[in-house]
Design a binder for this molecule. Structure first.
Ligand code: AMP
Ligand code: ZN
Length: 122
């Protein structure tokens, strides 16, 4: 873990740290001082946006423990995206751990909506 030129906690080989820095291109739809929202590259619904904190934290449990205000900012930005891009109704998913489907270990909220959603995660 190190500090980027913009003052964020960063991990060199982390995909989403590289999205935050602009090194990996992404379709950014909204930002705050401490969080970025961008389109998921493999959307599962009409609205499928990822919201990440600019600081690197591995998962939502670690983010909640270390910086709960930043978790609140991530949730607030998710709501803003859903208000703008859909009808304000959304599902927020934080896959936590490989068995739960987490493949990128920089915490990210999946903001999913824009249609009537089913419920069959397993
Ligand atoms: P998870 O499996 O919960 O860790 O979610 C990782 C998500 O990141 C998946 O939905 C991928 O489609 C998405 N993803 C992977 N690489 C990129 C990328 N370069 N830009 C945008 N989304 C990505
Ligand atoms: Zn990261």
């Amino acid at each position: 873990m190190s500090t980027s030129s913009e003052g964020h906690l960063t991990v060199p080989d982390c995909l989403f740290c590289r999205v935050v820095s602009g090194e990996v291109p992404a379709t950014v739809v909204a930002t705050t001082e401490r969080a970025v929202a961008f389109a998921d590259i493999n959307p599962q619904a009409p609205l499928h946006v990822l919201v990440v904190p600019r600081d690197h934290h591995a998962d939502v449990a670690q983010l909640a423990a270390v910086d709960p205000a930043l978790l609140a900012e991530v949730v607030g930005l998710a709501d803003e995206v859903a208000q703008t891009e859909a009808n304000g109704q959304f599902r927020l998913v934080f896959n936590t751990g490989a068995e739960a489907g987490q493949s990128v270990f920089h915490v990210h909220a999946h903001v999913i909506g824009g249609t009537q959603l089913g419920w069959s995660p397993a």
